[in-house]
Ligand binder design. Structure first.
Ligand code: SAH
Length: 368
């Protein structure tokens, strides 16, 4: 939300100081989606705000819901017509994770990811980033308190499941407990705005999330890793590693030609010395490409060479198909790979994929 504008209007009106807090609380914590619903302020002010401001910086084009209703994807249209996607996932009953985008498109063009295919359009503003969380908060709230009018006219067109059924299910399903910067874009190439959005997310007067419930994922930008360590040491860091030799990594992730594995290692060593916090290493399993015993050996060797092995946690991710060329590794291969790493003393989890059905899984976000 345009907080600056809100502040300006309140000051110009000569409103008392607490007015801002009242409105912030209603919007950020209670998930109110319309100024007219804020009963703690005067009718005049409500009407003025409604006329002069918008709560969200985008229009909601559609929301796709998977059959099991654990994955939802929103297509959001920004003021300049660009579109982004934002995902809501429930990996654990009663808990929702929001996967947010930080750029329109992505300049990195990783060979296995749909986002980079359509190129890079622009950075998102801090407001456009954090509004994605605001939107999902509103969405969950609307579904939890649906009235009979809304039952007939759901606020957003939905691709599957009836509105009523969704409502009943989601109503019992709790709140947003995690935010991950794993949508479209590379957060560390938009650091200034990402930083402002992180501040808003942990601001006690705004979203009030705990730092430890937020994760930022990077394809490996050393400067960004350093900034995160210095400015938000409590926020989780995830590294999209995927390949443990420069040859393979550069082939699929062009960013590795600029910052190779050695540079990344230095950045991680520095991160550990500053934060002493756990880092998540993401490794997408690609059949015949990075899933052999030799690859497991290379990964294990690389990770050990960073030091602080107890602070590294490997997530093996199922590849979500984005084209015809690449295939996901079999379950069997993935288990063997995990076992190999574990024998070498690494801590490893095989992550199940959510969101495929709505094309809202990792790497499938293409803004369409
Ligand atoms: N640019 C950042 C943020 C994007 S996060 C980064 O690279 O970390 C998106 C995550 O999904 C990354 O870990 C990315 O490597 C992974 N990913 C991309 N395409 C994928 C696919 N097709 N299947 C599974 N994971 C994928």
């Amino acid at each position: 939300m345009q907080l600056e504008k809100l502040r300006k209007i309140l000051t110009e009106n000569g409103e008392p100081k607490f007015r801002l807090s009242q409105i912030q609380k209603a919007i950020y914590q209670d998930g109110v989606s319309d100024f007219s619903e804020i009963s703690t302020i005067s009718k005049n002010l409500r009407e003025q705000l409604e006329k002069e401001m918008k709560i969200l910086s985008f229009e909601v084009e559609k929301v796709l819901v998977s059959k099991d209703e654990k994955s939802l994807k929103a297509l959001l249209k920004l003021a300049d017509g660009n579109k982004i996607e934002s995902v809501l996932l429930s990996p654990v009953e009663n808990k929702w994770s929001v996967c947010i985008s930080s750029q329109v498109g992505c300049p990195l063009n990783c060979g296995f990811c749909a986002t980079g295919k359509s190129g890079f359009q622009r950075n998102l503003t801090a407001e456009e980033i954090s509004d994605q969380v605001l939107f999902w908060r509103q969405y969950l709230k609307k579904q939890g308190t649906v009235n009979s009018d809304q039952e007939k006219n759901p606020p957003y067109p939905s691709a599957s499941a009836t509105w009523q059924k969704q409502n009943l299910l989601i109503k019992e399903r709790g709140v947003i407990s995690n935010i991950v910067y794993m949508g479209m874009g590379e957060p560390f190439l938009n650091w200034e705005e990402v930083k402002r959005s992180l501040r808003d997310l942990i601001d006690k007067d705004l979203f009030a999330f705990g730092s430890r419930s937020i994760s930022v994922s990077t394809a490996g930008i050393p400067e960004g890793i350093k900034n995160l360590a210095e400015e938000f040491p409590q926020i989780n860091l995830a590294i999209s590693l995927h390949f443990a030799t420069d040859e393979k990594r550069s082939q699929f992730m062009p960013i590795n030609r600029k910052y190779n594995l050695e540079e990344l290692k230095k950045a991680l060593k520095d991160y550990f010395s500053k934060t002493n916090r756990q880092v998540f290493v993401e490794y997408v399993m690609l059949s015949g490409i990075n899933d052999s015993e030799e690859d497991a050996y290379a990964l294990s060797t690389y990770l050990k060479s960073i030091g602080n092995r107890q602070l590294l946690h490997v997530n093996l991710i199922a590849y979500n198909e984005t084209g015809k060329e690449l295939k996901a590794s079999s379950g069997n291969k993935t288990h063997l790979f995990r076992d190999y790493l574990e024998r070498g003393g690494m801590s490893v989890t095989i992550r199940k994929s959510l969101g495929q059905e709505v094309e809202g899984a990792c790497g499938q976000l293409a803004g369409k």
